[in-house]
Design a protein around this ligand. Structure first.
Ligand code: PLP
Length: 386
């Protein structure tokens, strides 16, 4: 059995061969050292200065590169720092085509910061419409930024078809794979050039680590990102790298429980009279369910739904919950509930949210790994109050 043919549960434990070669420690040491003694004048070892490379960070990078089927990975202090590093690859004044309804923070980075500092012009396109994406790519388009499933609408887009369009027209194809995790889908194998993750979510999995990572499969891009990472310096700390390695060990186990809780909750919500619509890629009613089955190994761990009610009802529902925490965040072992219009997507104007399909009645759940009966009972008693 080749390494890549191993099952996800096994890969999560062994990817990247992270056993410490010096001591045999089964978990890599946390190397806080910022610098490294040279053996002699002009003799450089593997490590020179920790902004450039650090052994603990390198262990994490090897692990995630292998999980994604890539060759090189670059870990950053947050998901946004990783995304920001991708944008450093683009010349000033570039045109970008991005997934409509992307993570709110990415929208803010592209449209508020980089528009101003780098002259980036971004068109937000419905990427389930392949012809619309092709039509949006212009001669000065340098980047196609995809996200699937999209946050918070959970639209699934065809990464393989979109990567083919991007490459035909000569643009760099990047996929924010946070919602799927490397176990859910491997965009590099579907043709993408760069995979980006917010490791803060399911990869870390314990709501105690902020981190981001980029993975590539091609030498030239790896060299360019190594330059950007070292030159701009937003790298992940050794301690955070260790926490992420620890989190990844149980990623497969956690995702199984997250997914089964999502199914149980989504099916329960579908039958509730105060719920207008439920979105989960694993449901037959999801508009891209067939694509999700083909493209993904699991359906992710977020359920989005629309209630029959107003913002006051949302507030009562949220304040009545006992197990779900009202929190800006996803992917922890504890269940969280969020209201995208006033939380994750609050930096957008109301008309921008309307354009992206995020109404005030939209609620996003990140079910944890508790018992699904308890989670449903919690929702049930909270719904009874609205
Ligand atoms: C959280 C998130 C990000 C940003 O990551 P941080 O680690 O919070 O900086 C980017 N994309 C998606 C889809 C996310 O959920």
């Amino acid at each position: 059995m080749s390494k890549s043919a191993k099952h996800p549960e096994t890969q999560c434990i062994h990817a990247g061969d992270t056993i410490d070669p010096l001591t045999g420690a089964v978990m890599p040491a946390i190397y806080p050292s910022s610098t490294y003694k040279q053996e002699a004048f002009g003799v450089w070892g593997d490590y020179a200065y920790s902004r450039n490379a650090n052994p603990t960070r390198a262990a994490l990078e090897r692990c995630v590169a292998e999980l994604e089927g890539g060759t090189n990975a670059f870990a950053f202090a947050s998901g946004m720092a990783a995304s920001s590093a991708v944008l450093e690859l683009l010349p000033a004044g570039s045109h970008v085509v991005a997934s409509r309804g992307m993570y709110g923070g990415s929208f803010r980075l592209f449209n508020r910061v980089r528009r101003h500092s780098q002259g980036l012009e971004t068109d937000f396109v419905d990427c389930s419409d392949l012809a619309a994406v092709e039509a949006a790519i212009k001669p000065d388009t340098k980047l196609l930024w995809l996200e699937s499933p999209v946050n918070p609408t959970l639209q699934v887009v065809d990464i393989e078809a979109l990567a083919a369009i991007g490459h035909k027209l000569g643009v760099l194809v990047v996929v924010d794979n946070t919602f799927a995790t490397p176990l859910g889908q491997q965009p590099l194998l579907l043709g993408a050039d760069i995979v980006m993750h917010s490791c803060t979510k399911w990869m870390g999995g314990h709501s105690d680590t902020l981190g981001g990572i980029l993975v590539v499969k091609e030498e030239k891009l790896a060299a360019e990102l190594q330059l950007v990472s070292n030159a701009t310096g937003g790298v992940l700390s050794p301690f955070e790298s260790y926490l992420l390695l620890r989190g990844i060990k149980t990623l497969a186990l956690r995702l199984n429980q997250h997914q089964s809780n999502c199914f149980a909750i989504a099916r329960w919500l579908e039958k509730h009279p105060r719920v207008q619509e439920v979105r989960y890629p694993g449901l037959e009613s999801h508009p891209q369910h067939e694509l999700a089955k083909r493209q993904m190994n699991h359906f992710g761990a977020v359920v989005t739904f629309l209630i029959d009610g107003n913002k006051d009802d949302v507030a009562i529902l949220f304040n009545s919950l006992e197990i779900f925490s009202i929190a800006e965040g996803l992917g922890g072992v504890e269940s969280m509930i969020g209201h995208p219009p006033t939380m994750s997507h609050n930096s957008m104007l109301p008309e921008e949210r309307k354009f992206l399909g995020i109404p005030d009645s939209m609620i996003r759940l990140s079910p944890g790994i508790e018992n699904s009966n308890d989670l449903i009972a919690d929702l049930e008693q909270a719904f009874a109050r609205i």
